[in-house]
Ligand binder design. Structure first.
Ligand code: SF4
Length: 318
């Protein structure tokens, strides 16, 4: 079983090492916490690593030390589960940066407070930047807010990684309050209508025109929440629609047994009840295009699991 609040990092000569990542909103850290980090990492022979989500990971830890590490740090894990709002990346903005046009820290911290760890169909990464330089990489985040002379521009559907996609501009020149309002509408719309897919994949599946029309209609008060148009979702058992990036040929259909060669994204589309099983085995990457495109044997190998046990557990729930 995966130690609580830890990620498996490496299996070397049969020995597993783990990493923990505490939540550091906006990447801000007080000097005394920084000292504690260093002391705890040193005590448990860990290595400190800065992450792309503006956090500090302690890696190279042993399973038996994880509980003590958390206790001594007295901090909260950044990750709750795989498919949730994972991070809000924030640039220094007008508070600290000479180029800053708007207060990205205030907006980013508020988004972090409202949505961090909120459950979603897949992982969500957000970013807020204080000017067009986009130091927090707004254009490769699921939801990004970028300050201009006219207000906040809102971007959706960006992602980096193995299947990169640049974000689409949704709307521009919003106030602080309207930015919060539209992010809330986007997240509810995505929660209600998306399959296990990133925002960009969802937009590619339903079309940017529809996504934009639906979100902006609610934003401008043209539809009530109850009357929100529903996007047609994939039905269990239907021939699988390949995900953007050609991740699956969609060969698994309802009634098929899961084998070691079945692809993770096929399995969760045809048999959504397997999601809980995969999560229970510590596979926190269900919304990630590259890992979702892997066969079961490969995913088991990466996570240090017994593939036969995993296949048996999956078949038990279908
Ligand atoms: S995005 Fe603009 S405001 Fe933010 S750190 Fe970069 S230059 Fe400064």
């Amino acid at each position: 079983m995966l130690p609580k609040g830890a990620n498996l990092q490496k299996i070397r000569d049969g020995k597993k090492t783990y990493a923990i990542t505490p939540h550091l909103p906006g990447g801000f850290i007080k000097p005394d916490i920084m000292r504690k980090y260093a002391d705890v990492a040193e005590k448990y022979h860990g290595v400190l690593k800065l992450t792309s989500a503006q956090r500090i990971m302690i890696t190279g830890l042993k399973a038996e030390d994880i509980e003590n590490v958390w206790q001594e740090l007295d901090m909260q894990p950044a990750m709750g589960f795989a498919n949730c709002v994972r991070s809000v990346k924030i640039c220094p903005g007008s508070v600290f940066c000479k180029r800053g046009k708007l207060d990205s820290i205030k907006l980013g911290m508020e988004l972090d407070k409202l949505y961090h760890k909120k459950e979603m169909p897949s992982r969500i990464k957000m970013a807020v930047a204080g000017c067009e330089n986009s130091c927090s990489e707004v254009h490769v985040r699921d939801i990004g807010l970028l300050a201009t002379d006219k207000g906040w521009d809102v971007y959706v559907g960006g992602t980096a990684g193995s299947h990169p996609r640049l974000a689409d501009k949704l709307v521009e020149g919003l106030s602080y309050d309207d930015s919060l309002k539209i992010v809330d509408i986007i997240l509810r719309y995505y929660q209600k209508n998306a399959d296990i897919e990133r925002v960009g994949q969802f937009i590619d599946r339903i079309g940017l025109k529809k996504f934009k029309a639906d979100v902006l209609a609610e934003f401008y008060g043209e539809v009530s929440r109850e009357a929100e148009p529903k996007v047609e979702q994939s039905k269990i058992g239907e021939k699988i629609v390949p995900l953007p990036g050609g991740l699956t040929e969609g060969t698994l259909v309802l009634g098929d047994k899961i084998t070691r060669d079945s692809v993770i994204s096929d399995i969760i589309r045809v048999y959504p009840q397997t999601i809980q099983v995969l999560r229970a085995f510590g596979m926190g990457c269900l919304g990630c295009p590259s890992s979702a495109g892997e066969p079961v044997w490969k995913a088991a190998e990466i996570h240090g699991l017994n593939v036969e046990e995993l296949v048996a557990a999956l078949n038990k729930v279908i």
